[in-house]
Design a protein around this ligand. Structure first.
Ligand SMILES: [Zn+2]
Length: 287
């Protein structure tokens, strides 16, 4: 098996492996999400509905009318048309916000070469390192995320309808992503989503469910509050109600490294940068 450096494409994500290891003996592994953003425009006409922050849970689907949109919770919001160029600006901001939250938050440690059950082919193991650092610095992969905004007619992993909310509304539209493994995910975002919301919805596009999705109450409704975490630690998770990004979110990177190396076992995702771990180990070992 040889290491594949070229872009690997799947229905759920693309990925790219850097050409060489850097001075930390680290190679960059980038997961690429191709997202098509579609302007969700008001329908026009005269049918009116008053805005409302009252939560109804009956419909569980987004609907759009003359100048309003109803979110998953049944709240009604005033919406406006996208001015020329504004959706492109939205996509650029979304990309920047999401990449800032996700990039360099976790790393992949290599399989343990001393363990027969997980060891890589030695030539492949060495080709993923800086030649001068083999045996001197622990190799690892830096995990990065790249968002590519693409046209709907192009190949894409997700199609996001984006609502332009009118200013001055007091409640928050519930953005969401419907995951469709093997097909482009679909969902709704708004012009006023926070960086946290954008990064959370991107987590769904990366195949992640809510942090506490195994709770019985989440089986019927994966957006019930308890699905976002029942402990403070879970609440702080990006896939809960917070911003913490860590190794448990590395699912696509673990799939990607298997595609690039042909070797799936033994990779470990961690939020602790391996050189730091080495320093700590050295400190512990010091007599
Ligand atoms: Zn969610």
């Amino acid at each position: 098996m040889t290491i594949q450096r070229t872009v690997q494409m799947t229905p759920d994500f693309d990925s790219e492996l850097g050409n060489s290891a850097d001075a930390d003996n680290a190679t960059t592994l980038t997961v690429i999400l191709r997202i098509a953003f579609r302007a969700a425009e008001p329908m026009g006409g005269s049918e009116t509905r008053p805005t409302s922050c009252r939560i109804q849970t009956a419909t569980r689907r987004v609907s759009i009318g003359s100048d309003w949109a109803e979110d998953l919770n049944g709240r009604v919001f005033r919406i406006i048309s996208w001015p020329s160029g504004a959706l492109t600006a939205f996509a650029a901001q979304f990309r920047s916000q999401v990449e800032t939250v996700w990039n360099n938050r976790f790393f992949l440690k290599f399989p343990n070469q001393d363990d027969q059950a997980q060891a890589m082919n030695q030539a492949d193991f060495e080709s993923l390192q800086a030649p001068a650092l083999i045996g001197r610095k622990t190799p690892f992969l830096r995990c990065q995320l790249r968002i590519d905004a693409v046209a709907e007619a192009e190949r894409h992993h997700a199609l996001m309808h984006v609502i332009n909310l009118a200013p001055g509304q007091s409640c928050k539209f519930q953005s969401f992503v419907a995951q469709r493994p093997g097909q482009a995910d679909i969902g709704f975002l708004t012009n006023r989503d926070s960086a946290q919301t954008s990064a959370h919805e991107t987590g769904h596009m990366l195949g992640l469910e809510h942090v506490n999705h195994t709770a019985p109450a989440c089986h019927g409704n994966s957006n019930a509050d308890i699905c976002y975490g029942e402990t403070p630690l879970q609440r702080r998770d990006l896939m809960g109600d917070g911003t913490a990004v860590h190794g448990a979110h590395a699912r696509r990177w673990l799939e990607a490294v298997a595609l690039h190396t042909g070797h799936a076992s033994g990779w470990i995702a961690t939020h602790i940068e391996p050189p730091l771990e080495e320093l700590l180990e050295a400190a512990v070992r010091r007599p």
